[in-house]
Ligand binder design. Structure first.
Ligand SMILES: Nc1ncnc2c1ncn2[C@@H]1O[C@H](COP(=O)(O)OP(=O)(O)OP(=O)(O)O)[C@@H](O)[C@H]1O
Length: 342
């Protein structure tokens, strides 16, 4: 049983005489314990899709099943009960400004009818979990953005959800705080066995934490797959441009010695060790790195490098072939842009 199953979801917003077809037949499965990313340009329908998972937005058509329960078929009371098992956090935290940290976290517990003393103990536990032990009596205005999001996370986890939905949860935070919040989410996910679905427009966020990713464009999922696959071999133009935007190539990246400019992308075992050097040594060629980065996708090494490759044309092709056989993607740049060089 998948944690979340969305089947042929359509959403049409009606505003006056105008209608916006925000989702156009989205079918998606998220497995239990996965961190699942939904990415896409602004207006692609990401937030709408996320809000359809807990029926904050009701789909115009299609079915939503969470933890085996078909939410779109449930009557209001039963739906409310199931919704309490789906936590959600937002870009701007949505905390009650006039309530203390403890009261903010206790809010969903009160709604669920949890006794006061039990709620107090649970709030203490949750604040410890998010690293805010001792902050019970502070007010949101006394907290930094990262601390506010920690309070929102504690509140979202209050009723032991099996699913946590994150809507641009780090978009209002600086890069260091973003990393800290993402690490906290990963830690919580591993400890509690949560399923997390996160919407973001930042590739760096997806890259750090997601296992799988769906790319949206104009209300449809245009690409879906394991993170490393999507990062190494993006199939759709939108995915390619999101990756490009995340790591723009400076204009001055030009061949300096008349060689072939190639982009080499790989992840996992293919990205370990001195693989460029080995490719060159095996083919009696040479290379210069013009631009790029070596880091990781989730826990896997990842490299995306623009190089200039030098040598006899047949030998250069041999080097690219050697890299492909190792599992790298190799694109060559000519006047028209990047193309698969095979
Ligand atoms: N409540 C609403 N009423 C009318 N139209 C809406 C509503 N919410 C979203 N839309 C429209 O639906 C489309 C998808 O919006 P959505 O917010 O889901 O996209 P998104 O990918 O999350 O974009 P962003 O990253 O900018 O938030 C857009 O055209 C948007 O204007």
């Amino acid at each position: 049983m998948s944690a979340i199953e969305l089947e042929s979801i359509h959403k049409v917003y009606q505003t006056g005489r105008q209608s916006v077809h925000a989702l156009r037949g989205v079918t998606l499965r998220v497995e239990e314990g996965q961190v699942y990313g939904i990415i896409g340009q602004s207006g692609a329908g990401k937030s709408t899709l996320l809000r359809c998972i807990n029926l904050l937005e009701r789909p115009t058509e299609g079915t939503v099943t969470v933890a085996g329960k078909r939410l779109t078929d449930l009557p209001a009371r039963a739906l409310q009960r199931e919704r309490a098992r789906i936590g959600m956090i937002f870009q701007h935290f949505h905390l009650l400004q006039s309530a203390t940290v403890a009261d903010n976290v206790a809010f969903p517990l009160r709604l669920a009818g949890v006794a006061r003393r039990q709620a107090r103990a649970r709030v203490g536990e949750l604040l410890e979990l998010v690293g805010l032990g001792g902050y019970e009596h502070k007010y949101p205005t006394q907290l930094s953005g990262g601390q506010k999001q920690r309070v929102a996370i504690a509140r979202a986890l209050a009723n032991h959800p099996s699913v946590l939905l994150c809507d641009e949860a780090t978009s209002a935070l600086d890069p260091n705080t973003t990393r800290a919040i993402l690490d906290l989410l990963l830690d919580i996910q591993r400890r509690l066995g949560l399923t997390i679905v996160m919407v973001t427009h930042e590739m760096a966020v997806v890259q750090r934490v997601c296992d799988r990713v769906a790319v949206m464009d104009h209300g449809q999922v245009v690409e879906e797959g394991p993170l490393t696959e999507v990062f190494v071999s993006p199939r759709h133009e939108v995915t390619r441009s999101l990756l490009e935007a995340d790591d723009p190539e400076p204009d001055q990246v030009r061949p300096r010695s008349g060689g072939t400019v190639a982009r080499i992308v790989c992840a996992g075992a293919a990205a370990e060790g001195p693989f460029l050097k080995e490719a060159a040594a095996h083919t009696s060629t040479q290379f210069t790195i013009l631009h790029g980065k070596v880091d990781s996708v989730k826990d896997q090494p990842y490299a995306r490098l623009t190089v200039e490759w030098l040598g006899e044309p047949a030998h250069v092709q041999g080097a690219f072939q050697w890299l492909r056989e190792r599992g790298c993607r190799v694109d060559v740049r000519d006047e028209e842009g990047w193309r698969d060089a095979r």
